[in-house]
Design a protein around this ligand. Structure first.
Ligand SMILES: *Cc1c(COP(=O)(O)O)cnc(C)c1O
Length: 402
């Protein structure tokens, strides 16, 4: 695993612009001309490599970005989409048809949960939600119609780590596909190397990192990517969550600094998590040895990128959490906002925002308490200074007892 370094792979990819530009030219076209009618026909049939037909199917810039993201995840191919949900729904609808069954971790992104729980059942696609660390329960849930095990490598918002090697072995045994959302741990975890069949990212988060666009990607075999783009039966081609070329161009440029940003996010988050824990706060961060899956994540990750930029803190009640977040925002320590991976620290109360799709009773049983604040730690230059100022806010609001 240590021989593979995605940052080197991406760095080695060169794309020049039309006039020798250091960045590839943006293709500002939805459609493409053909010199001969025969080539157009062949392209429709999928037999004319290197020819573009229509930008819902492919465009040069989207292929460049997809190629770089395939390098990131060490897969043969990838396809970019207009959002993370565009990637997730495409993959699930490509792999599952009416009558099929999905096993999913119960601690997943709220939108994914809502899609599995509410949107798919009318199409006769049912999901069993499981504790992803309970392998007996997972194996019991597998039936003759099960097609997929779905999870997040590091889950939103609880930061549970999935044992991808074990899940992959289970999938191979039962002939299932392992689909992994790796949004929280780009570069640090490579699910493909641990046996995942399809790896998904919301590009909106760390990979783009500037909170100026939504985007998504799924990475897998060339055959799977081709299937999703098939003009007759491909979920991506037919549902149409196409990323715009201008956007893929800006995401590709931001991808170039991902390795530097991830190290800084991780370094800052670990610093804060260690101090908060020492102060007696209820903090959860996979880089702390008190975290249940600390050793597991260590055994799965590329150490140089650290344990990621996300930590959670339980402020006790929603009211306390809100008071603290408002004060921290007033002190310019971060923004009260959903999403993650920005240069600035972002915080939100998961139960009343990004996980509000999950019914309260289930939230409680998973461990998403009312006062749980999810922090996406920013790229702060002087994290000790940030820590001192955050601590002052916690003392002032009584989240931390003097
Ligand atoms: C944000 C997020 C998504 C959804 O991505 P969008 O780009 O908002 O559609 C999916 N999974 C995880 C883990 C996320 O954090």
């Amino acid at each position: 695993m240590e021989d593979f370094n995605a940052a080197n792979e991406i760095q080695d990819l060169q794309y020049f612009g039309e006039f020798g530009g250091v960045n590839p030219s943006i293709s500002d076209s939805s459609t493409y001309t053909f010199l001969s009618a025969k080539t157009m026909f062949d392209t429709f049939e999928g037999n004319a490599d290197g020819c573009y037909l229509y930008s819902r199917h492919s465009s040069p810039m989207n292929l460049y970005l997809a190629q770089a993201l395939a390098k990131l995840e060490n897969t043969a191919a990838a396809n970019v989409t207009a959002s993370g949900m565009g990637a997730i729904t495409t993959v699930l609808l490509q792999l599952c048809k009416s009558g099929d069954h999905i096993i999913s971790s119960r601690t997943i992104y709220g939108g994914t949960y809502a899609f599995l729980k509410n949107f798919l059942p009318p199409f006769q696609i049912e999901t069993s939600f499981v504790d992803i660390s309970n392998f007996e329960a997972i194996e019991r849930a597998i039936g003759p119609t099960t097609k997929i095990i779905y999870c997040e490598s590091v889950s939103n918002p609880l930061l549970e780590v999935a044992d991808l090697r074990k899940l992959s072995a289970l999938c191979k045994k039962h002939n299932l596909k392992l689909v992994v959302d790796n949004t929280f741990s780009p570069l640090s975890v490579s699910p493909g190397l641990l046996g995942a069949d399809v790896v998904i990212h919301s590009l909106t988060k760390f990979i783009n990192g500037s909170s100026d666009t939504v985007g998504g990607v799924y990475c897998g075999t060339q055959e799977f990517i081709n299937d999703t783009k098939n003009v007759n039966s491909g979920a991506c081609m037919l549902l149409g969550p196409t990323m715009d070329s201008l956007r893929s161009s800006s995401i590709l440029k931001n991808l170039r600094t991902l390795h530097i940003r991830m190290k800084q996010h991780s370094c800052n988050a670990l610093y804060l998590a260690e101090r908060f824990e020492r102060d007696g706060l209820k903090v959860s961060y996979p880089g702390l040895s008190s975290h249940k899956q600390h050793e597991l994540l260590k055994s799965m990750m590329h150490a140089e990128y650290g344990f990621g930029g996300i930590l959670t803190l339980d402020a006790g009640t929603t009211a306390k959490a809100n008071e603290l977040m408002e004060l921290m925002q007033k002190e310019n320590l971060g923004y009260l906002a959903v999403s993650l991976g920005f240069y600035k620290t972002l915080f939100s109360c998961s139960g009343s925002s990004t996980s509000s799709e999950i019914p309260e009773e289930e939230r409680v049983s998973m461990g998403i308490s009312d006062g749980l604040i999810r922090f996406s730690i920013g790229l702060d230059h002087d994290i000790e200074r940030t820590y001192q100022r955050m601590k002052a806010c916690m003392l002032k609001t009584g989240v931390l007892a003097p």
